[in-house]
Design a protein around this ligand. Structure first.
Ligand code: AMP
Ligand code: ZN
Length: 474
């Protein structure tokens, strides 16, 4: 980054302030985001952190270079919900998580998200988890009891710094899990024994499995090191998950920090209500993409993504049909504007962004102003407002690419859906009949067939070479 470029500012939950982002190593900016627990389809709330941190990933790649950012998003493939679901279906946890993970990967691809640099699976990091526990025990921060290993919360002087919860509230919350083997009420599980029927791994404390918080400490350590730059997830993860990740990693390695910037997205609700199965407004990404269960129609990933970016990531978001319709209208307009524009490669060629004296700065709406909005704690709603004021097609295109909003892919979806809406076999048959009618000079019949096709939304074009081609209108 050149020295006069605007700096990236991010709101840090740890300090409750917007801070200038200074990576530990600009040649390798490192970010970890808590990924899904793959026991079922991901819902549209789960899509929010995926999209938000994808925008940040794209922005970091733009600022530091694509090869200088490492983004790790884990896959939690061992968890009691997974065990229960696999047992219910009579399959192994691996079979269950393979299936749900495949769908998850397809879902997030449709949402226009880049693949993270690494997507580690918890079950492939058991050795690192055991090593972490041993480090914590050696440092006097964890103890084994009754086949379990627990983190000794009072052994950490500044436990609770991230969530800033009053001690009595944390104790009350932790009391839900009273257990005879716990020394302190707030102590949490690092390792627990597995029954014969449950998935388990051999360990110095017997056959067992890890606690959820431990998984992320192990995977971030393995792929990003003992201390890294950014750690993200939904706001619900601040306590206890992230608080406990910090406790584990810091106490295992003795550093002041696990990550320097902690970022959390706000929650998503649907049509003004908390999403829940019992309210009947629970909707998965897959359903939105492929069924007509929400608003009576399918929604392409580009529309879902754009609708999400209209709200600042730290604000709660109300996911509504109206917001989706408005997002789609923008995509349609942009598609008409830049659809035919051709760009080389990813468009961010060398030299782009260098002021050429025409159209940059000075309050002019362009790529640089969009970039500036994103550098201000990912202000996507403001970036979108700027987008609507950009009249240079190339700058509009580059700005949309930076946000990961793929207008061409949306237009292609529209085309495919149009084609799907007609019975291709029937169209071919009618066209053949019409050609036969024309050959017999039966113009009335030929016109009647043309009208019938028009009523189906099919427009014909008679070519000079005697063939007839067709397309679907609207
Ligand atoms: P989970 O599978 O529940 O662990 O959630 C995976 C990710 O989605 C976490 O980062 C959660 O914070 C996030 N998340 C879950 N529900 C919502 C929601 N309704 N709105 C926004 N983020 C959510
Ligand atoms: Zn985590």
């Amino acid at each position: 980054m050149s020295s006069d470029a605007p700096v990236l500012k991010l709101y840090n939950t740890l300090t409750r302030a917007k801070e200038e982002f200074r990576p530990l190593d600009p040649a390798n900016v490192r970010m970890y985001v808590c990924g899904p627990t793959v026991y079922d389809y991901a819902h549209i709330g789960n899509a929010r952190p995926i999209i938000v941190f994808d925008v940040l990933f794209r922005l970091l790649r733009h600022l530091y270079g694509a090869d200088h950012v490492t983004y790790v998003r884990n896959i939690t493939d061992v968890d009691d919900k997974i065990n229960a679901r696999a047992a219910e279906r009579g399959i192994t946890i691996r079979e269950l998580t393979e299936g749900t993970n495949k769908i998850f990967q397809e879902d997030v691809k449709a949402l226009g998200c880049l693949e993270p640099t690494v997507q580690p699976r918890a079950t492939e990091h058991i050795a690192e988890m055991i090593a972490l526990i041993e480090k914590m025990i050696a440092a006097g921060h964890a103890y084994a009891a009754d086949g379990h290993v627990l983190f000794d919360v009072p052994s950490m002087a500044d436990y609770g710094r991230l969530s800033r919860r009053p001690l009595d509230e944390m104790i009350a919350g932790a009391r839900v899990d009273v257990a005879p083997y716990k020394r302190g009420d707030m102590d949490f599980v690092l390792w627990k024994p597995s029954k014969e029927s449950e998935p388990g791994w051999e360990s110095p404390w017997g056959r067992g499995r890890p606690g959820w918080h431990l998984e992320c400490s192990a995977m971030s350590w393995k792929h990003l090191g003992e201390v890294f730059d950014i750690h993200g997830g939904g706001i619900d993860l601040v306590f206890p998950h992230h608080e406990n990740e910090i406790a584990q990693t810091r106490c295992a390695f003795g550093h002041e920090a696990m990550a320097n910037y902690w970022m959390h997205n706000g929650f998503l609700q649907v049509e003004g209500e908390k999403m829940s199965k019992s309210l009947g407004n629970f909707v998965t990404i897959n359903e939105l993409l492929h069924t007509e269960n929400f608003g009576g129609r399918k929604w392409p990933g580009e529309v879902l993504r754009l609708a999400m970016l209209r709200t600042h990531y730290r604000q709660p978001i109300d996911f509504t049909v109206k917001a989706l319709e408005e997002a789609e209208l923008s995509l349609r307009n942009w598609g008409a504007e830049i659809g035919a524009l051709e760009l080389d490669g990813d468009g961010f060629g060398a030299g782009f962004g260098a002021p050429d004296g025409s159209g940059y700065g000075g309050g002019h709406a362009g790529f640089d102003t969009v970039l500036e909005a994103l550098q201000d704690d990912l202000n996507t709603p403001f970036a979108l407002t700027i987008l609507h004021a950009i009249d240079d097609k190339r700058e509009l295109d580059l700005s949309l690419r930076l946000l990961g909003v793929d207008v061409r892919s949306y237009s292609a979806w529209v085309e495919v859906e149009r084609m799907r809406s007609v019975d291709v076999e029937l169209v071919s048959k009618l066209i053949a009949s019409r050609l036969a009618a024309r050959a017999a000079k039966n113009w009335a019949e030929s016109d009647r067939i043309r009208d019938e096709l028009a009523a189906m939304g099919v427009a014909l074009k008679d070519n000079k070479d005697g063939t007839t081609t067709w397309e679907v209108k609207r």
